[in-house]
Every structure is written in structure tokens, then in C-alpha cells.
Design a protein around this ligand. Structure first.
Ligand code: G6P
Length: 606
């Protein structure tokens, strides 16, 4: 996790770097720090806590310089503290480093350096990089970076400055993302594109074992043999405004509200010509006998929803695996398996490992990714891009919705290719997908009841989510969303499972959110609702349930109706209500919604 940024240009690097770090805080927010070349060598300010704490420190500490590096941390080795914050400077004060990743052999390296008299200041794995670089440095920073990289085991994206080469900044990466941005006033490195969007949309994605050397005048790229590399500078379509709050109190609310646009763009990407359409058209599903969907967090939940859709439409068996489990289970897959990787960032360590495991076993890999240029998007055999734009809030909303839509479209197209769906049914389903943006807009235009209801839910210690079939799948996401941002204990259950244990947890004033879009199962979910209401729980029923009669339950049952939609696509509407519900519960608790405690958006460590 962690976010890094570096700048070499004509402007004062301090505000450029702190502004950029704001866009990377989603990657970690235990501490932040900055180093620039000042008149008397490195000037380093680092501070435990949020970036705002660093900004406060910087107010009373007027450092400046044209070349600098910055970091926002999600602690792995060593507690969040000032000394464990980055940048780390070697004990000779010659080399400063910011690091995203994990150095697995840092203890061994540290011991060796300590035996040679090097004194370490922090408990981090990252400090070993600065100390080792000083140990190897013999007048050429690029040579040093090659030597250091050869000694490191693990993952890293690094920004490195050397006192003897004050006009430049060197970057290198392995298994963690790093982009280079070029602008008229200077050049950047960053963990992710939004960090540089204020200055440029011209970027280049660094590959593993590539080195970038930045000065104010340009960027040069080299391999580990120090041979120059031709790299292409791309223009990204994301705008600076898309990574701003735009008047909303939180990114999460802004991103929830953006969903009609995201759904529309994503549906369009599979219907009209373009990358996604041609990938889907060219994928020959008939060569596969099994689909395995693997992902983490909400992306995994999107996979659970998709399994119901694929199985129903394609009549093909689909497995859904947590990537962290899949990578170690010696999966039974081969060249007749299509492994689908779902990831907003395209950088989640477990999902990357799952992809590599699948490839090593001969499976074909198809990824569904939001961040162009990310590791999974580049390494998977096929890639579909969600048109969500930059997602900043740690808890995903719009990227999840875009993943669902791509998975639906994929299932429909595969079903046609497999001869399981007549063309007229395909046209009808695709036309229904096109109605999703308008239907989501209707929900987003009527949030009053959800807001009021959510404000009364802050008192609950536990909130359960239940559903059956595809409603159960989306209940998983509702529950995850609520617990990650509101810190209220929550679990999701298949309605039929309640009586096998969970019902013992139901008592007076427990809330159960029941989702019901499977008309044929309405009676079943209502009998689950009655079972919990008769034991004192309150129930919030969400769905398209024309038969719902909330008045007859003496205030115990509340109902939020959804626009009519076919069962298979209904999770896309249920989830909008579930996201709003979680958001307003957390907002009423006054929590830091965009940066929930202990979480980070891009989980690049195991
Ligand atoms: C973190 C985020 C989640 C996300 C998950 C997987 O836990 O907070 O919102 O679903 O990682 O991330 P990915 O980038 O692979 O979708």
C-alpha cells in the first residue's frame, strides 16, 4: 500500500508534492512525509497521522526546493510514528528514499549493514533501501539503483534522491505501480495518475525493472543494463475535476451520485465499437469448460453476483474464489479454464498472484479493471476496462457498479455464443441494461427516506443483511459497505441459513436488512423477515416487491421500493440503496467516510 510521489521541475516541490499526496491518501494514511533538496542538503519533514498533520507542520517549517519526494503510509513494518514515516534518509544523510511495497529480506540486509557499522533509526523495512544505497553509492545514482534492486527481495516502487546529484530524481519499480508524468514545468513520478492530474494528463507506465531518471528538463528511461529504453507517453482521459470532490462533502457520496454516468459509459463500451466490445466479440468461450472468477473485497462480491448471472444464462458451472485463497489452493484449472480477475486498481497483490498462478497452469485470463496501465490490465490475456473514472473513496461504489455491468454483458454475450440464449433475448437483455442509468438516477433523486432511516440506525450494534439467490450475493456487498465505513458489526446471510445459527443473535432492536428482487422467492424472504421480527428485530425491506405491506407489521417493517428490473440485473439497483444507506449511517456517526480506519484502497501487500 502507501503512496509515493516525486517531482523535479521549476516550481517549489513542496506544495506540488503535498497536493499530489492528497490524491494518494486513499493508499494509506498512518503518516506522511516529504523531502526536498534545500540549500543545506536534504530538508525532511515527516509526521505521524493524516496528511493534514504534515501540512500543519509544514506551515511552521518553510522548506523549499525544486526536486523532492513525498509519501503517505499504510504501516506494515513498524508502528505508525514520526521516525517510521518516509522519506527515509541514510545515516550519512546522502540518500533519501520513499518506498511503496514490502522488502521481504530486509532483516538479513539490515543485519549485514549493522555488522558494517550502519546505524538504523527506524523499525521499517524501507529504511534498509536508503542505507543500502548509501553503502553502494560510488558516484552514480543509477548504478546504485541497479545494485540495490539486485539485492532486494519483495515488491517496491521507489523514488530516490542523492545529495551529490541534486538536479535529478531516480525511480524504479517491481510488483508495485509507478507512473511517470511529464508537464511543462517539470516531471513527476507517482503511485497513481490522480496525483499528477492537476499538472498533466501525459503519463507513462513504468514496467518492472525499468528505471526512470527525472530532471526538470525531461525523463530518460533505462533497463538494468543501463541501456536507454524507448517509452511511449500516453494521454489519459481522466480529468483533474474527476478526482475532485466537486462540492460534495465526501468523495464517496460524489462517486455514488456519479453512477448513472458510469453505468451509461460502461454499457456503451460493450454495445458500441471500442476496446471492450472487440475483446468480448473476439473471446471464444466455446473453448472453455469452466469459468473461475477471482478477486478481493467488493470485487469478489461482484464475482458472487456474476456467478448467478453466468450460471443462469450460460448454463455453465462457475466458481468464485477469494484471490487470497485461490493463489494457494493448487486450483484444478488448465487450458480449458477461463479465469476472470476483477479489480478496480489492477494492483491488488493477491489478485495479481492469482492471475500469475492461473497463467502458470495454462488457464486463459480475462481481467475487468478500472485503472488503465495497471499490472493486471497489462499482464492478463484479455482486459475489459470499467468506465468509472478515478475512484478516490476507499470504499468502492461506482467501480463496483461498473464491474457488475461488464460482468452482465459478458454473461449475455457468452450465453449467445454458447447457443443458450436466442438473439432476440440478447437484444432484450442488452436493452434492459441500457435502462439501468435512468433507474439508478430515480433512486438517487429520492434519498430523503434513506437519509432519515439511516440517521435512526446509528444506535444499532449489529445489522444483518439477508437475501436469497442473487439478492444474497448483493447482501454481501451491502454488509461489507456498512461495516467498512460505519464500524457497525454486520454480516450477510442467505435467508435460508438464518435458522442454522444466526437467528440466535437476533434480539430486540437488531436490524435486519432484507433484499428481495427475486419475485418467485418473495414469500420465502418474507417468512425469514417474520421470523426475525417475531424475535424483536426491525426489518428494512429493499427491492421491487409489489406485494410488500409494511403497514401490517406495527412499525417493525420499513420498505424501500426499487424500479422494476429483471432479477438478474437487480443487484445494480439494490446496491445503490445499500451504498446510500451505509453512507448516511456513517455520516450520521460523523466518521471519516473516505478514509475508514485501518483500511486502504489499493491493497498491494498480502
Ligand atoms: C480494498 C478496497 C475495496 C476493494 C478491494 C479490492 O479492500 O477497500 O474497496 O474492493 O480492496 O481492490 P481492487 O482494487 O482489487 O478492486
Amino acid at each position: 500500500m502507501c503512496g509515493i510521489i516525486g517531482y523535479a521541475g521549476t516550481r517549489n516541490a513542496v506544495p506540488v508534492i503535498t497536493e499530489g499526496l492528497k490524491k494518494l491518501e486513499y493508499r494509506g494514511y498512518d503518516s506522511a512525509g516529504i523531502a526536498v533538496f534545500g540549500e543545506n542538503g536534504f530538508e525532511v519533514v515527516k509526521q505521524k497521522g493524516r496528511l493534514s498533520a504534515l501540512e500543519e507542520r509544514l506551515k511552521g517549517n518553510a522548506i523549499s526546493g525544486n526536486v523532492g519526494i513525498g509519501h503517505t503510509r499504510w504501516a506494515t513494518h513498524g508502528e505508525p510514528s514520526d521516525v517510521n514515516s518516509h522519506p527515509h534518509v541514510g545515516s550519512q544523510s546522502k540518500i533519501a528514499v520513499v518506498h511503496n511495497g514490502t522488502i521481504e529480506n530486509y532483516r538479513r540486509l539490515k543485519e549485514r549493514l549493522e555488522q558494517k557499522g550502519v546505524r538504523f533509526a527506524s523499525q521499517t523495512d524501507s529504511e534498509v533501501i536508503a542505507q543500502l544505497a548509501e553503502y553502494y553509492y560510488d558516484g552514480n545514482l543509477m548504478d546504485t539503483v541497479v545494485k540495490v534492486s539486485g539485492a532486494l527481495e519483495g515488491s517496491y516502487a521507489l523514488g530516490i534522491m542523492c545529495l551529490d546529484e541534486p538536479d535529478s530524481l531516480v525511480a524504479v519499480k517491481k510488483d508495485n505501480s509507478l507512473i511517470v508524468g511529464v508537464s511543462e514545468h517539470g516531471n513527476f513520478i507517482a503511485s497513481d495518475v490522480p496525483a499528477v492530474l492537476k499538472h498533466t494528463n501525459k503519463v507513462c507506465y513504468l514496467n518492472d525493472k525499468e528505471i526512470a531518471v527525472l530532471t526538470k528538463d525531461g525523463v530518460s528511461f533505462f533497463n538494468f543494463d543501463k541501456e536507454p529504453l524507448p517509452k511511449e507517453i500516453e494521454t489519459v482521459s481522466w480529468s483533474f475535476d474527476s478526482a475532485e470532490k466537486g462540492g460534495y462533502p465526501h468523495f464517496m457520496l460524489k462517486e455514488i451520485m456519479e453512477q448513472p454516468r458510469v453505468l451509461k459509459d460502461t454499457v456503451r463500451s460493450v454495445l458500441s465499437g471500442g476496446g471492450n466490445k472487440s475483446v468480448i466479440d473476439n473471446l471464444d468461450i466455446s473453448g472453455f469448460d469452466k469459468i473461475v472468477i477471482t478477486a478481493c473485497g467488493s470485487a469478489y462480491n461482484a464475482g458472487v453476483v456474476a456467478r448467478y448471472v453466468f450460471e443462469r444464462l450460460c448454463r455453465m458451472s462457475v466458481e468464485v474464489e477469494l484471490a487470497s485463497e485461490f493463489r494457494y489452493k493448487d486450483a484444478i484449472i488448465g487450458d480449458k479454464t477461463l479465469v476472470v480477475l476483477v479489480s478496480q486498481s489492477g494492483e491488488t497483490a493477491d489478485t495479481i498472484a492469482a492471475m500469475r498462478e492461473a497463467k502458470s497452469k495454462g488457464a486463459a485470463t480475462l481481467s475487468i479493471i478500472n485503472v488503465v496501465g495497471s499490472t493486471i490490465s497489462k499482464e492478463a490475456d484479455y482486459c475489459l476496462f470499467t468506465a468509472a473514472g478515478p475512484e478516490i473513496a476507499v470504499a468502492t461504489t461506482k467501480a463496483f457498479s461498473a464491474q457488475l455491468v461488464l460482468l452482465y454483458a459478458l454473461a449475455v454475450r457468452f450465453a449467445v455464443k454458447l447457443g443458450k440464449l436466442p438473439p432476440e433475448k440478447e437484444i432484450a437483455l442488452m436493452a434492459e441494461l441500457e435502462t439501468l442509468p435512468e433507474k439508478a438516477k430515480i433512486i438517487l433523486g429520492h434519498t430523503d427516506f434513506i437519509q432519515k432511516y439511516a440517521s435512526e440506525c446509528v444506535v444499532y450494534k449489529s445489522i444483518f443483511f439477508i437475501g436469497r439467490n442473487i439478492d444474497y450475493a448483493i447482501a454481501l456487498e451491502g454488509s461489507l459497505k456498512l461495516k467498512e465505513i460505519s464500524y457497525i458489526h454486520s454480516e450477510a446471510y442467505a435467508g435460508g441459513e438464518l435458522k442454522h445459527g444466526t437467528i440466535s443473535l437476533i434480539e430486540e432492536d437488531t436490524l435486519v436488512v432484507a433484499i428481495s428482487n427475486c419475485g418467485r422467492l418473495f414469500g420465502k424472504i418474507m417468512s425469514n423477515a417474520e421470523q426475525v421480527m417475531s424475535r424483536g428485530a426491525k426489518v428494512l425491506l429493499i427491492g421491487c416487491c409489489p406485494e410488500a405491506d409494511s403497514a401490517s407489521y406495527g412499525g417493525k417493517l420499513s420498505y424501500i421500493g426499487l424500479p422494476e428490473i429483471s432479477e438478474l440485473f437487480s443487484p445494480s439497483l439494490s446496491v445503490v440503496v445499500l451504498q446510500l444507506f451505509s453512507y448516511y449511517v456513517a455520516a450520521n456517526k460523523g466518521l471519516d467516510i473516505d478514509k475508514p480506519r485501518n483500511l486502504a484502497k489499493s491493497v498491494t501487500v498480502e
